[in-house]
Design a protein around this ligand. Structure first.
Ligand SMILES: NC(=O)c1ccc[n+]([C@@H]2O[C@H](COP(=O)([O-])OP(=O)(O)OC[C@H]3O[C@@H](n4cnc5c(N)ncnc54)[C@H](OP(=O)(O)O)[C@@H]3O)[C@@H](O)[C@H]2O)c1
Length: 350
């Protein structure tokens, strides 16, 4: 090591002691649409590691619709965030200091981590990731939670057969854009539903959907779906719920499968919606409707990642990311999910 780089390393260490560590806590539980004031930035002391631990520098943060549920105190499959406590989500981080035998400085990891610029970890629950195989950010999207949700939800519950018709709502998002492409790989007729003309065009040109519908401009969405699906709907991958799903249910075929992945249209509701009920279609068409959470398939994640990366390598699967820059942008990027600002996976690069 030459003298110059030695001096630089010392400088970094001294600066680190003085550096503050930005952190985002839940300031208030959102009522209706989340607002910036529901989040609060703190400047904490830099954390220090003890034996067996690593110091992590946050590189990419995932914001996801399900975090909205954790911000309320309603009982769910994941525990609510606590008020005035740090928020967590999927994060890719770099190991910058290690007192662990399992990690060295320069390693990258992915895991459920806190919204902090720096944090310590004992390595539990972290997965090592390698930027030589795929860009790091993909481990939050197509090779991470949302890609796996698309893969397992569609193949295990939807069980699509060649020649069948699949409809996907939230089609231009992180999960939906992968669902549609897997449907095409499996030889199906795929129709997507999304919120803008730009997204509709992208579904057809970039992701190879056979047809796509803008739910904001379609005059009669039930009829528009029917026209785009001349043979009816065999599999519906539902990311949004509400009126859009009512319209798809009305087009479901005999023995159709409805995969209830998400219901983003209702996540900010302050009262329970009532609407057309699905029982009618389910009975008449002997159709299946099943909800799921991706962690049901946790034991099979390596199989899913292998399949998804193989399809990417073969050029059969592509992905889109909306990458927003800067730690301070995390709350706004989360809020923007509910206004459809993202195409593909919403990610914050730190
Ligand atoms: N079950 C599971 O394990 C699991 C795992 C991951 C995700 N999910 C669920 O899957 C869904 C998609 O998640 P994602 O991560 O891929 O998010 P995403 O689709 O990348 O982002 C959210 C998208 O939802 C659409 N949207 C927002 N408000 C809407 C509304 N009122 N009506 C219709 N569409 C609306 C917007 O697109 P437009 O411009 O098209 O409106 C927005 O871009 C969410 O419901 C999420 O909770 C479930």
């Amino acid at each position: 090591m030459n003298k110059r780089s030695y001096i630089n390393i010392n400088k970094i260490k001294i600066n680190n002691k003085k550096m503050k560590n930005k952190t985002i806590i839940l300031n208030s539980r959102p009522i209706g649409e989340p607002k910036l004031s529901d989040f609060k930035f703190l400047n904490e002391e830099m954390p220090e590691i003890t034996n067996g631990e690593i110091l992590l520098k946050t590189k990419f943060v995932s914001v996801d619709p399900y975090l909205r549920g954790r911000m309320s105190d309603a009982e769910s499959y994941v525990t609510p965030f606590e008020l005035q406590k740090v928020i967590s989500s999927g994060v890719i981080a770099e190991v910058v200091e290690s007192k662990s035998e399992d990690y060295k400085a320069g390693d990258f990891v992915s895991g459920l981590l806190q919204w902090k610029e720096y944090q310590t970890s004992n390595g539990n629950g972290l997965l090592k990731v390698y930027n030589k195989l795929a860009p790091l950010s993909t481990y939050l999207g197509v090779l991470g939670m949302t890609g796996l949700t698309a893969y397992f939800g569609l193949t295990k519950i939807g069980t699509p057969q060649k020649g069948e018709t699949i409809v996907v709502s939230g089609a231009a998002g992180a999960v939906g854009s992968i669902v549609g492409q897997i449907g095409k790989i499996l030889g199906c007729h795929v129709v997507g539903i999304a919120g803008t003309d730009e997204k509709v065009a992208m579904l057809k040109s970039k992701f190879g959907f056979d047809d796509a519908i803008n739910y904001n401009t379609a005059k009669n969405i039930k009829k528009t779906i029917s026209a785009a699906c001349p043979n009816g709907v065999d599999v519906y991958f539902d990311n949004v719920g509400g009126n859009i799903s009512d319209a798809v249910h009305a087009n479901i075929n005999r023995l159709g499968r409805i995969i209830v992945c998400g219901a983003i249209s209702s996540y900010n509701n302050t009262s329970l919606e009532s609407g057309p009920r699905a029982e009618h279609f389910l009975i008449k068409k002997s159709a299946l409707m099943q909800g799921f959470i991706v962690s049901n398939y946790a034991e099979k994640f390596p199989e899913g990642m292998k399949k998804l990366s193989q399809w990417i390598k073969e050029g059969k699967l592509t992905y889109s990311e909306t990458i927003v820059e800067g730690f301070d942008s995390i709350p706004q990027a989360f809020i923007d999910l509910f206004n459809g600002k993202n195409k593909g996976k919403m990610i914050i690069k730190i």
